[in-house]
Design a protein around this ligand. Structure first.
Ligand code: TRP
Length: 337
């Protein structure tokens, strides 16, 4: 049986938080251990430049994200784990795709449309103010990431489904013009993987500034958990676990038995202070071994770099011959004598 190629990228602009872990990293790492899957996971550092022009932040984020995946036990003997910028064929392919993608398709991209809508709302005369071409053609670079490896499945959040559809569209168009070169990818949106709530009870997200970084040191983790918003019910008053940020986070880290027990304690009126302590201890126990590995890795960046280099080598074993074929197909080649 040929393995399904599962590919996903992580933009290197921030520090991974508990929401990223539960929603994306944990399921991806589990999949890396599945022998029927050929996973390609990469640091989307060229994507980072679209929204972040702080070189140190991009560098630091790349380091932290790579260390996070390795600390959590990514199986790099099965998964190809690489940095987008180490595979120059991807950006080369992005240009070929740019030349078959229609501008109208890009005009319809949600991220671009949202930026235009923001400008219009703020009474701006120029609807494209502050929008760089990277943002505009973002879906094309993403299509190149995916098509370069002929990925079958692309696990993403809901907000990215449109991009996968665009990748299919662009691939189909290229195939139509130049012959069948690309597999049409499918988005996989895991309905099971939970959306974690953040400190203020909204979805945990960098843009809401309500996150709990995954490998926050113990003391800080405790402080952040103490900040989570609760209602004003007193100790002893029965509480509703299904309408509680603390419980919703606890749920993503607990087994059924622990959940049943906690529901019981809510019914009995557990105090918020006590629940916060329970939540802290629970998450901390869960995270501590990986946090120790994470800190060790940050102290040995050469080890991380080594892993990424090995990943790039494996990735380029696919991308280098494929780009040759594609160049040939579009008419870019040496003059034949
Ligand atoms: N755009 C994705 C995000 O912001 C990251 C990404 C870049 C990606 N290239 C990709 C995801 C290719 C899947 C496949 O989440």
């Amino acid at each position: 049986m040929t393995k399904a190629i599962v590919l996903t990228g992580i933009t290197t602009t921030g520090t991974p938080h508990l929401g990223n872990y539960v929603g994306a990293i944990r399921p991806a790492i589990a999949a890396s251990k599945d022998e029927n899957v050929a996973p390609f996971y990469f640091l989307a550092d060229y994507h980072a430049l679209i929204k972040c022009q702080e070189p140190e932040r991009v560098r630091q984020s790349s380091l932290e994200i790579a260390a996070t995946w390795l600390a959590l036990g990514l199986d790099t003997s099965n998964a190809v784990f690489y940095r987008q910028s180490d595979v120059p064929e991807i950006t080369e392919l992005a240009w070929m795709l740019t030349c078959v993608a229609s501008k109208g398709l890009m005009n319809r991209a949600h991220a671009y449309k949202a930026a235009v809508a923001d400008n219009e709302q703020s009474g701006e005369n120029d609807p494209d103010k502050g929008i760089n071409m990277g943002l505009f053609s973002y879906p094309i670079l993403m299509a190149a990431d995916i098509l370069m490896f002929n990925a079958n499945k692309v696990p993403v959040g809901k907000d990215q489904i449109q991009h996968i559809e665009m990748a299919r569209d662009i691939a189909a168009r290229f195939n139509h013009v130049y012959g069948e070169h690309f597999t049409l990818p499918e988005a996989v949106v895991d309905a099971q993987s939970a959306t974690l709530l953040g400190l203020d009870g909204r979805k945990m997200s960098k843009s809401y500034n309500n996150t709990i970084p995954l490998f926050e040191p113990e003391k800080k983790l405790k402080k952040l958990i103490n900040k989570i918003k609760t209602n004003s019910l007193e100790p002893g008053e029965p509480k509703d676990p299904d309408d509680c940020t603390l419980f919703s986070i606890y749920r993503s880290f607990a087994n059924n038995e622990q959940l049943q027990e906690m529901r019981q304690r809510y019914a009995e009126g557990i105090a918020w202070g006590e629940m916060k302590r329970e939540l802290f201890e629970h998450i901390n126990d869960h995270i501590t071994p990986a946090r120790e590995r994470y800190e060790a890795l940050l102290g040995a960046p050469e080890h991380i770099e080594q892993q990424l280099q090995e990943g790039a080598e494996k990735a380029r074993a696919v991308s280098a011959p494929f780009i040759k074929e594609l160049r040939q197909a579009v008419g870019i080649s040496k003059i034949s004598i």
